[in-house]
Design a protein around this ligand. Structure first.
Ligand code: AMP
Ligand code: GLY
Length: 420
């Protein structure tokens, strides 16, 4: 079959790498893709937020299956446009993507579903939000309702920080995303993520992972898209995963179906775990980046079978086959990220690295210019490995990192510290 992957990050390169290994894949196209994806697929320049343009492209290129990577395309309704045209698609409808696009919506769904999460209140004006903060005290969490590229959440340790965050959001710091503000109870614990393939009320776990959101070692510095990940997450053992599926995921799916907006695609549950109990921090409606990289290196070619089973509503007859292994990904980013950074520095040494089912460098912000591999983004490479133990996966990953000659790049040296 001919398969189109939408996106250009490390997540989409990892999906392309896994899908390409499956004999069902005849032609693989990535839009817009990156220099790494260009080595294993045809890259097409296409506005992936324009559902009509993506649909027309699929018609012209006889695309049989579309995998949508980023949330922006899902929130823009690209999956709806494709399914209306009869094109098999992995990813939720625009209405179901509200689970990521609106924090207030998610809280309402969780309440109706009885899914465990932090207590909350919603506000559309600063005065009542400020009064609530003053009544509740700190620590407390202030969130812009809409999509704010991961920056719309302030975990306030003092009342003053919380009040400043409220003022900031209602002053338009996040544009429309901050027109409504959700204020939540602060949850203590350790975070982990569960990735669940869903179609209607059927759910199948694709595994757990733990991300590293802060830019510097020791979880210091500003938040990023993610500086590294590993899978599985030992904080989320099978017994707890069963509870999360029964008490959180399935009730959420049932509530979405009851509302007439059933969910299909990847439901990514960000969890806060304490004393063997998990509560929801947030849902995302797509794979995590870089969490997808560790899931893909663990699952390999079966990723395509799983995504197809999800899109075709065959999850009830599908199994995920996990090896007893551990995977790690270390993100290399351009110095300055997540703030301002230079573009166009040369990366050397990638061609000399062996690639196998146990190790692969997934690209994100890269481009090939006049034969030179250049960094053109914040997060640039994802050095991803798999081994019998997490310690071995880590040693292998940092050996590969050290073989890459890119003075303008940096990474965290402590990925996996919680589990190791
Ligand atoms: P989100 O964008 O909702 O994932 O929030 C970003 C980060 O803020 C999460 O990964 C958590 O570390 C933190 N966070 C969000 N909500 C809470 C909460 N209710 N209690 C504690 N930390 C939170
Ligand atoms: N790595 C976190 C995310 O993809 O949202």
């Amino acid at each position: 079959m001919n398969i189109l992957i939408l996106g250009s990050g490390g997540r989409e390169h990892a999906l392309a790498w896994a899908i390409k290994q499956n004999p069902k894949c005849d032609r693989l196209i990535c839009a817009p893709g990156n220099a790494g994806m260009d080595q294993i697929a045809d890259c097409a320049s296409l506005d992936i937020l324009d559902g009509g343009a993506v649909r027309d492209f699929c018609m012209e290129n006889a695309v049989d299956f579309v995998v949508i990577g980023p949330e922006a395309a899902l929130v823009a309704g690209v999956a709806d446009k494709l399914r209306e045209a009869g094109i098999l698609t992995f990813g939720p409808s625009q209405a179901a993507a509200e689970l990521e696009a609106s924090k207030a919506f998610t809280k309402e769904v969780c309440k109706a579903a009885g899914a465990p999460t932090a207590g909350y209140a919603r506000f559309t004006n600063a005065k009542s939000a400020r009064d609530y903060v003053l009544a509740q005290g700190a620590p407390i969490v202030v969130k812009a309702d809409g999509l704010a590229a991961g920056k719309g959440v302030v975990v306030a340790m003092t009342r003053k920080q919380a009040l400043d965050a409220v003022d900031n959001m209602f002053d338009g710091a996040f544009g429309d995303a901050g027109a409504e503000v959700v204020i939540e109870e602060f949850m203590e614990g350790e975070e982990a993520s569960l990735f669940v393939l869903c179609h209607g009320e059927t759910a199948l776990s694709m595994g757990s992972a733990q991300d590293h959101k802060r830019v510097f070692e020791g979880d210091k510095g500003p938040n990023t898209g993610g500086m590294g990940a590993y899978s599985p997450a030992p904080i989320l053992p099978a017994s707890l995963e069963v509870k999360v599926m029964d008490q959180m995921i399935r009730p959420t799916l049932a509530e979405m179906a009851r509302r007439g907006t059933p969910f299909q695609g990847m439901l990514f549950a960000g969890l806060m775990i304490k004393d063997g109990r998990a509560r929801l921090v947030e849902y995302n409606v797509r794979f995590g980046d870089p969490e997808c990289q560790v899931l893909c290196i663990r699952l390999g070619a079966q990723v395509l079978d799983l995504l197809l089973a999800c899109a075709e509503d065959r999850l009830h007859e599908t199994r995920v086959s996990f090896a007893d292994d551990h995977a790690m990904t270390v993100v290399l980013a351009t110095k300055g990220y997540p703030g301002a950074y230079e573009k166009g520095s040369e990366i050397k040494g990638l061609d000399a690295l062996p690639s196998s089912s146990m190790q692969e460098v997934f690209h994100a912000g890269t481009a090939l210019n006049d034969g030179q591999m250049q960094a053109i983004g914040g997060r640039v490479l994802n050095v991803t490995t798999r081994a019998e133990s997490l310690g071995q996966a880590r040693d292998l990953a940092y050996d590969l990192v050290d073989a890459i000659d890119w003075p303008e790049g940096f990474c965290r040296r402590d990925i996996g510290w919680r589990a190791l």
